[in-house]
Design a protein around this ligand. Structure first.
Ligand SMILES: [Zn+2]
Length: 338
């Protein structure tokens, strides 16, 4: 455990028209973005970037080749969703450049975590360490993104519900160290989310702040504890297992929301609280909305026990024993009737 004074989490600047503040850095910057967010902002940029790079992949092999081809600029500006922020962090870390992040959607916590999510084959690996000198949260930019994407961000906070159960389970069955104070602070993030659910649904300024500050707080707790225990557990393991099986991406926050509900059942926890929050926020978490088939969910549940051991993931509910055929069928039926 680190002393809380030693842990730094990017400070967010909130406001309107924040792109105007980038006039001094853009001429020296590689702007890492994607077509849609770039189209949205290009006429509002106060200066032309030295170079614009459109992210296509975070696959490790291709990534390093792409990075070698980028021009040398002192600053990297990541503008867009999780992919653009991850790529910008990766480039800033690899070539020791200054980093500015401008998320245009708050569907996940990539803009506050240090490491970049890189794909190696069908697996996600967290690589590097980068810290933005500026993190701009522009209410107009984020408000212009599709509401369902912003609403999905709540999934990476709902995960606290099942992650904390796993942590207590690991204490009881594996003698893992547990910290009551940090667990209570993580649980408080969920309380805030529950109170602000109407604002999260409407993507108001309050809703955007609640998400961003919730991400900052959970990342701070994870850094203090030097592991993801306060935020990530079996619900994320199910998401990783599914992605490894199918090799296709899903809307992360929405998928984690569904997996949180399913994990609750195996933990014998009450699932009604995360369910009602997800419903009030209108997270598109149902299998049909995610494009998730019965077969793929069933295969994920059948494989999860072997997967968590093979991947050496920190102990959680699926470490106990393989799920029986009947348990899998019941859980799939339940998920498809939500
Ligand atoms: Zn996540």
């Amino acid at each position: 455990m680190k002393s809380a004074d030693l842990v730094r989490v990017p400070e967010a600047t909130y406001g309107h028209g924040l792109l105007r503040d980038l006039g001094d850095v853009l001429p020296d910057a590689t702007l890492v973005t994607m077509a849609a967010p770039y189209e949205q902002v290009r006429h509002d940029l106060p200066a032309a970037p030295a170079h614009v790079h459109f992210v296509e992949t975070m696959e490790q092999e291709a990534l390093d080749r792409v990075c070698e081809g980028l021009p040398v600029t002192p600053v990297v500006v990541g503008l867009g969703g999780g992919l653009a922020c991850d790529m910008a962090k990766y480039v800033a870390w690899k070539f020791r450049r200054r980093l500015v992040l401008v998320p245009t959607v708050v569907s996940g916590n990539a803009f506050v975590t240090r490491a970049a999510a890189v794909r190696v084959g069908r697996r996600v690996r967290y690589v590097g360490e980068a810290f933005p000198e500026r993190l701009l949260i522009d209410f107009d930019l984020i408000g212009a993104a599709p509401a369902y994407l912003n609403r999905s961000g709540v999934g990476d906070l709902l995960s606290i519900h099942t992650a904390l159960w796993d942590w207590r389970f690991a204490r009881e069955h594996y003698g893992e160290e547990y910290h009551d104070g940090l667990a209570r602070q993580a649980a408080a993030i969920l309380d805030r989310v529950e109170t602000d659910a109407p604002d999260l649904h409407d993507v108001t300024e309050t809703g955007i702040r609640t998400l961003v500050e919730g991400f900052r707080e959970e990342v701070r707790l994870c850094e203090v504890w030097t592991s993801s225990r306060p935020e990530e557990g079996s619900e994320h393991y199910l998401a990783y297992c599914l992605e490894a099986l199918t090799g296709r991406p899903y809307l992360h926050g929405a998928l984690v929301t569904l997996m949180t509900l399913i994990t609750c059942r195996f933990q014998d926890q009450d699932w009604s609280r995360p369910f009602s929050i997800a419903e009030r926020v209108a997270v598109p978490f149902r299998p049909a909305a995610l494009g998730l088939s019965r077969e793929d969910l069933a295969r994920t549940l059948q494989d999860i026990h072997a997967f968590v051991h093979a991947e050496r993931l920190p102990p959680g509910v699926f470490h106990r024993s393989p799920l029986s055929r009947a348990e899998v069928t019941r859980a799939v039926d339940w998920a498809f009737n939500l």
